[in-house]
Design a protein around this ligand. Sequence first.
Ligand SMILES: [Zn+2]
Length: 399
Amino acid sequence: MISRYKVSLKNLRIWNGVDETIDHGVDAVTIENGCLTFVGSSEDLDTTATDSVVKDMSGLSMIPGLIDAHIHLCLDPHIKDPLEQDKLTRGELLQGMTDRARAMLEAGITSARDLGGGQWLELEVRESINRGEMIGPRLICSGQPITSVKGHCHFWGGEAADGAEALKVLARQLEHKVDLIKVMATGGNITHGSRPVDAQFDEETLSTIVNTAHKHGLRVAAHCHGTSGIRNAAAAGVTTIEHCSWVGDEGWGKAFDPEVVARIVKQGIWVSPTINSGWKRFAGNSNFADLLHGNYDRMREGGVKFIASTDAGIPNVLHHHLPLAIPVFAHFAGLTATEALRAATSDCAEAIGLGEVTGQIREGYSADFVLYDGDPTSDLDLLAAPVQVYKQGESALAV
Ligand SMILES: [Zn+2]
């Protein structure tokens, strides 16, 4: 729902989603019809219109609404076995998705990219939210991921034995009006019989998928744990590499390949590492923590662009926990607070195709923002406690 009123907020600290620091000369915004129509100094606010309301926000900081680049709205994170999820009725599934969408928005997540389910229910939720019938983030949805026969998440219905079958799965997603295509380039953890290290498609098949998606104006997200799958996805020119875990025969994170990193950077591919707040547990295992730090350091130093993501919906990863994940993401990926926030706002928006719409506090952009008591650009832990959340100019929290 897009709010029609005109309201101005003043005396804010505003981080615009891009700059390294806060510009203290910019402390006011005006919202009209769900958009930011003024971003500047309180002194320059136009308060002459008779319907104009000005609110004093002294003491609060504003940042763009957060974006999670990888969620599964259909998955209940409290159910461990994905096959058990299928036993839920359509009504139970939709109720769970409704509750999770609301919790996400209330936590400050104003947009999210859904990377897969089996029944396109998240697309129904996307439409309900867009029509203002349901409260939740703006959703970008992939529908059924393309996977190999008995491959990762095959139970969602996207199995393909070869390139021709992959295009049939892709066409089915187009019929359901998806926003992007998801492909499982390697096996994964939650599927019995699937191994994260194994590539599921060769470079040629992935290229066919990418080229066809592009013809329809769609981007491609590739699930990649093993290095051979990362290599294929990078060569095929997918838009985002999910997880990027560098799994090899020696184990998790042990097959880092600088040549593949160079390819990722050359192709302008974003890496979405799905670091959730539960990764804090790895800090206690110094060998594994060092391995992760080393891989992220080398990716970052090689020029890889990261976006924030959690894989919410997998066991114990809650949909509204991106704000808790961002400090952990900053820690492992070696990012400053501002870099991590950029990865969760303007950069994330650009990577998922919303770069002209949201992710920045900027005139003409959707009025999607979060207010905090204190400055999250110097303390990421503040993200856990939003004072107010606005999506398209509409406040999501009771004042
Ligand atoms: Zn996922």
